[in-house]
Design a protein around this ligand. Sequence first.
Ligand code: S3P
Length: 426
Amino acid sequence: MRKVVVRDFRYLNGEIEIPSDKSLSHRGVIFSSLAKGRSIIRNFSDGKDPLSTINVLRGAGVKIEFIDEKTLSVCSSGKFQPPVYDLDCGNSGTTMRLMSGVLAGQNFKSVLCGDLSLSKRPMKRVIEPLTLMGAKITSSAGTAPLIIQGGDLHSINYTSQIASAQVKSCILLAGMQAEGRTIFSEPYLSRNHTEILLKYMGADIKTDGNTVSIEKSELAPVDMTICGDISSAAYFIAAALIIPKSRLVLKNIGLNPTRTGILDVIKEMGGNIRILDERIVCGEPVGDIMVEYSSLKGCKISGGIIPRLIDEIPVIAVLASFAGGDTIISDAQDLRNKESDRIKSVVEGLKKMGADIEETDDGMIISGKSELKGGCCLDTFHDHRLAMSFYVAGLAAQKEVMIDGFEWAGISFPNFENLFEKVKVI
Ligand code: S3P
């Protein structure tokens, strides 16, 4: 386990590029594998999760090569080969749930497995709709490993109880291979990268509010460039907001409105944040973000904004710990099903740091303070977003903080500490 000590410095200043979007990297390589021909994906993520997706696709016979450090070439016939070994999704829920939709439509048996954390996460949410579509999936207790016997699928009209882009994408990827028009509805709109990219690659897909439908479609190969990940940018944004005198410009960040809930919350908290040079890249809005140290106030976060900031809640809890007044986060029960139980683990970690924070069934209540004492050692709970959120809290704490198990940050952001070193003014 790698221990990291968050060291002293004065403030943050500079202009940096944030690594590539993880959600788009998964989708780019999966959808390219379903297209007949050669696709090029530029600025592919170097996180471990997207690499798990590449390994799973290679195991199913797709030819994927790195042309350079960040550029992928994907050559596919549009159909996969029966894997000769179990397909290891590592820590990545997105890999397992999206690939289960893909493999459900392929005429062979495959096994999707994962690490300890992924093997505990709920998979019934994809097993149930895929079974309704005609796939045969075996799993014990609705968790990985999933044994998938794929074949001919038929369309369904499915209403999901949860707003989940992974469930939606799984059903759309199966629907794209099924007879008839598959319709999917969710209570709130979750991230819509799948809809945008499938349309960009020629799928017959229609959206109407929280409902999306798809017909059997063939995809055309793509040449795409992936933008920076707003979920990774969130740690730099949060750090600049709570460390006096800081100012950062983050270049080339994805600004899809289904992902920018954190920006809305920061504005409501009184944060000084601005978008510069907004543009569209491969159907996705992209821009630069300028953020400065600000005096923040607490706010209420619930309902439809939750899926728009679901991965940023741990770092929003850090922000709230430094904001005047209370922040109440509710309707976020699915946080308990992430890489760790993120309600429990965030509360436990920030309490150790000296925050006034309480767990509720579906969220947390944080009473902000002007400082956190720190001077402790924190566990990452084997969860990349907690490792990075605690690092940010450590940057702003009174006394040195040690984080144990920091290698987990590499799941989405291998260069995290080095990039922070670049903008620290000593
Ligand atoms: C993701 C969707 C979200 C998010 C995850 C990535 C995606 O999960 O938490 O990190 O790329 O589709 P849910 O869709 O299950 O909420």
